[in-house]
Design a protein around this ligand. Structure first.
Ligand code: GDD
Ligand code: GTP
Length: 425
């Protein structure tokens, strides 16, 4: 069989997702009407051989409880469990720490998904490639612009065989525009030994001094399975494992031509929202609102939200539970969160309106569109870097007729004057 692991990280991470991560852990933030990791589960649920999913992270135990409860009802074929790291163990450290739980039932393969990416997760295609090539590892790759590439893990591959020849995490100079999407498929009998050799190499390093090549050592050494060896050791797939796999394993890349984005900054929830809404629209999801004079698809409105029939919404708008949108308001390329209120004739563009925030009548809350191919949601305004997306944290209030442009506003702020290109603290 096959299992899936979603790396959810923890509370000290996701600082770039502020102010939104102040109130909800990033993996549970709603885009296109559902928590970010719900979109991962939906894709996992489409792989017939997967019945078990582990969320691995270092958030408190209670954080995912309700989400797991709801998801177990929605995805009855999946058993979903949260495994908590006692501290951040790195992207491979958690896998290794929980190897007994993961290997229970003897799965042949595991998918590992970064929780902070938005894509169509072509998992069945990755499995197919893995079978065709008898692979020990398959990585999901995508092409980005040359100047964006160095922000990601970069893959050099044989274009004919699709074999990964080199892997370098966030290289200083350009090596390839094929980048790591943060989605992997590993043969269990390849990944765990690889992590073990990485731990072993690291443990040996101080004793060996400048002796770096550990080839003969790792093959002859019998690993002493003592927890002492791993204490305080962070092991990262990207820096400690993948480069090695490219040298020594049957490691292949599946290149997706479909959409892919990272969800790092709070503003990046806006392109992710747009991409998932478009996907839902193409799949004719009954959750979306049909097109009409005042609805430009795709638009998601929670069944408990109240939207005045003369308000004009879309494209790419999500409206959360119990939100209220008044007469003549205009909302486009935005997320309106739970219990927020947008008064009559207000205009909200390229923005995120936080939980229980209020936008006054005739007010304008706006960000700036970024190019569709951009992997960056900051822009330069008057020589300074600002967020392209305007974000109001929880319980903010924008007074009537006020204009807020390219601002990030921390929770509980009242805006009574026009503001632009500021972080309001
Ligand atoms: N459980 C757990 N424990 N999860 C972690 C830990 C940890 O100690 N550290 C990070 N994660 C999770 C994060 O929540 C995220 O989902 C994922 O692992 C990767 O996060 P980062 O380590 O911050 O890496 P990155 O996002 O800068 O880069 C990675 O993703 C890119 C694609 O989005 C790399 O894999 C890049 O090569 C890749 O291009
Ligand atoms: P459409 O093609 O009908 O969408 O109009 P458009 O191309 O002019 O663009 P859009 O509707 O996105 O709105 C552009 C600007 O018009 C916005 O920035 C708003 O200032 C303003 N606007 C349009 N419709 C309304 C409305 O119903 N209420 C308010 N308050 N402003 C609106």
């Amino acid at each position: 069989g096959t299992k899936a692991v979603i790396l959810v990280g923890g509370a000290s991470r996701g600082t770039r997702f502020r102010p939104l991560s102040l109130d909800v852990p990033k993996p549970l933030f709603d885009v296109a009407g559902h928590p970010i990791i719900w979109h991962c589960l939906t894709a996992i649920n489409k792989v017939p051989s997967i019945h078990e999913v582990h969320l691995i992270g270092y958030y408190e135990e209670s954080v995912f409880r309700d989400f797991i409860k709801d998801s177990s009802v929605e995805f009855p074929n999946l058993s979903i469990k949260y495994l908590r790291e006692y501290q951040a163990l790195g992207t491979a450290g958690g896998l290794y720490h929980f190897r007994d739980a993961i290997l229970k039932g003897r799965p042949e393969h595991i998918f590992v998904l970064n929780s902070d990416v938005c894509c169509s997760f072509p998992l069945n295609e990755m499995l197919k490639l893995s079978q065709e090539k008898d692979a020990e590892a398959v990585i999901l790759g995508t092409r980005v612009s040359e100047d964006a590439a160095s922000n990601f893990g970069c893959i050099v591959s044989d274009s004919h065989t699709r074999r990964v020849l080199h892997y370098v995490e966030k290289p200083e100079s350009y090596i390839s525009n094929l980048i790591n999407c943060g989605v992997y498929l590993f043969a269990t009998d390849a990944i765990f030994p690889s992590i073990r050799s990485a731990i072993k190499r690291r443990a040996d390093r101080p004793r060996l001094g400048s002796y770096r090549s550990s080839e003969n050592l790792s093959s002859s050494f019998i690993f002493d399975d003592d927890d002492e060896n791993q204490k305080n050791e962070v092991i990262r797939l990207e820096q400690d494992i993948l480069g090695d796999m490219a040298d020594s394993k049957q490691f292949f890349v599946y290149e997706t031509k479909d959409f892919w984005r990272q969800i790092k900054t709070a503003g990046s929830a806006i392109p992710a929202n747009a991409l998932y809404l478009l996907k839902a629209w193409q799949e004719r999801s009954p959750e979306l609102v049909p097109a009409s004079a005042n609805i430009i698809p795709p638009v998601y409105i929670h069944p408990t939200a109240q939207v005045h029939p003369t308000a004009k919404l879309g494209p790419n708008v999500s409206v959360g539970p119990r939100a209220v949108i008044g007469a003549g308001a205009r909302v486009k390329e935005s997320i309106v969160l739970e219990d927020a209120e947008i008064k009559h004739d207000a205009c909200v563009l390229y923005s995120i309106i936080g939980w229980s925030s209020r936008v006054g009548a005739w007010a304008r809350v706006e960000g700036t569109p970024t190019p569709v191919t951009s992997h960056n949601t900051s822009i330069i305004k008057n020589g300074v870097k600002v967020q392209a997306i305007t974000i109001l944290g929880k319980e903010c209030a924008v007074a009537d007729e006020i204009r807020v442009q390219n601002c990030v506003c921390l929770p509980f702020k009242e805006l009574k004057r026009d503001v632009a290109n500021e972080v309001i603290m």
